[in-house]
Design a protein around this ligand. Structure first.
Ligand SMILES: Nc1ncnc2c1ncn2[C@@H]1O[C@H](COP(=O)(O)OP(=O)(O)O)[C@@H](O)[C@H]1O
Ligand code: SF4
Ligand SMILES: [Mg+2]
Length: 384
């Protein structure tokens, strides 16, 4: 098989705060192939957005990529080595900030955020913003850029695009604004679109329409997507392959069918039990027990051991190795859990955790958190 379009290796991004070092992304590995739709899923705070920002080199202060490599189409977007004395060395091959701005962002890789108002300026008309973006990135004149802009608005399902071209962002519904952002992302025909929870603030019907649109556009343009979401339902609907993130680490990766029907990691199982599934009639949902610990002082051993229903004493001690556990005849399926390693899990005593009742009563339910703070942005619940 040819080289993946995007390869992320041992990526580490940290925030240096007064409280301590937040290990937001802590040694993450994944790939996106040409034309593939790959999910990055996990609860709020797992490090999904920071991973997405790191690929684009858009991490904000006090954050810093401290280690790892991001290769896109042979180019090193990130190539940083943490030296033993704690310095970060950038390789000569790593693109400069200017190269990132002029060659990569918008042109080769576009990013769509959860909140369209982060990307659309409220005081300028939608069409003009789209046109300017196209002029800047595609080196075409004003009238050609306008023609492309109107075409793109039509393409993403905005009715009467010529008339809507002169509307301001606030005159669009949440769903329509998100369509405009998808138009903007597609306008330069990028090879990869990173979508960071772009449908989370929308109601389910509008979300469904946007997901249908994306599947359709993806087939037509053969654009690759990295789709960031906390919602397994979204993953099931559009992704080819998925990476599950927990507390700064990718803990499982597989094709979507394998992840749903041959789940390996107890965290993935818990996530699946906590969410409605389109492929199964579920009698009752079972929220994941406990809260995700702070990324400043992650738990020893397996980071999920404080909440894992299957945790044993050995899980506190051994940090699981992320590795492929598939047979030669199967698609790759990677997992990090010591159940799949020869380090004595079987002989170890069960561990009392938040999931086994030791902390029963008064547990914060992550699903509640997900539905609230993480998604409370403008445009929420807007309809079309
Ligand atoms: N600007 C920042 N300063 C300090 N910590 C941050 C900052 N941005 C993100 N973090 C921390 O990084 C971790 C990962 O956050 P994030 O990537 O936003 O999670 P997700 O997108 O999966 O919900 C969290 O612990 C979060 O608190
Ligand atoms: S290593 Fe232990 S605590 Fe971690 S997921 Fe596996 S069984 Fe659970
Ligand atoms: Mg996020």
């Amino acid at each position: 098989m040819s080289e993946p379009l995007l390869t992320v290796e041992n990526l580490k991004t940290q925030f240096f705060t007064e409280e301590g070092t937040v290990r937001a992304v802590d040694g993450v590995n994944f790939e996106v192939n040409e034309g593939e739709l790959v999910g990055l899923v996990g609860e709020s705070g797992a490090g999904k957005s920071v991973a997405a920002q790191s690929i684009m080199r858009l991490v904000e202060e006090p954050g810093r990529i401290v280690d790892g490599t991001v290769t896109f189409d042979g180019k090193k977007l990130v190539d940083i080595t943490e030296t033993p004395d704690g310095r970060m060395e950038e390789s000569d091959e790593m693109l400069s900030n200017r190269e990132m701005r002029e060659q990569i962002r918008g042109r080769e890789i576009a990013i769509v955020f959860q909140d369209p108002m982060e990307s659309l300026n409220p005081v300028f008309k939608v069409g003009a913003q789209l046109r300017e973006f196209i002029e800047l990135n595609r080196e075409v004149g004003e009238s050609e850029a306008k023609r492309i802009a109107v075409d793109m608005l039509r393409e993403v399902g905005i009715p009467e695009p010529e008339a809507r071209y002169d509307d301001y962002p606030h005159e669009f519904s949440g769903g329509m604004r998100q369509r405009v952002l998808i138009a903007m992302a597609l306008a330069c025909e990028p090879r990869l679109i990173i979508a960071d929870e772009p449908t989370t603030a929308l109601d389910v019907t509008v979300e469904g329409q946007i997901l249908d649109l994306v599947s359709d556009l993806q087939e037509r343009y053969d654009t690759a997507f990295l789709w960031v979401t906390h919602d397994m339902g979204v993953v099931a609907e559009i992704c080819d392959r998925v990476n599950v993130m927990y507390l700064g680490e990718v803990v499982e990766e597989a094709k979507v069918d394998d992840l749903f029907h041959d789940t390996k990691h107890p965290y993935t199982e818990a996530l699946l039990r906590s969410m409605p599934r389109p492929d199964q009639a579920v009698e009752s949902l079972d929220p994941i027990k406990g809260v995700m610990p702070e990324a400043i002082n992650p738990p020893s051993g397996c980071r999920f051991h404080t909440r894992c229903p299957e945790a044993r004493e050995a899980c506190k001690e051994f940090h699981p190795e992320y590795h492929d556990v598939s047979d030669a005849s199967e698609a790759p399926h990677s997992v990090s859990c010591i159940k799949y390693e020869a380090v004595g899990y079987e002989d170890s005593d069960p561990l009392e955790t938040e999931a086994t009742g030791a902390f029963a009563g008064g547990l914060a339910e992550m699903r509640g958190d997900e539905g609230g703070g993480a998604t409370g942005v403008s445009g929420g619940g807007a309809d079309e």
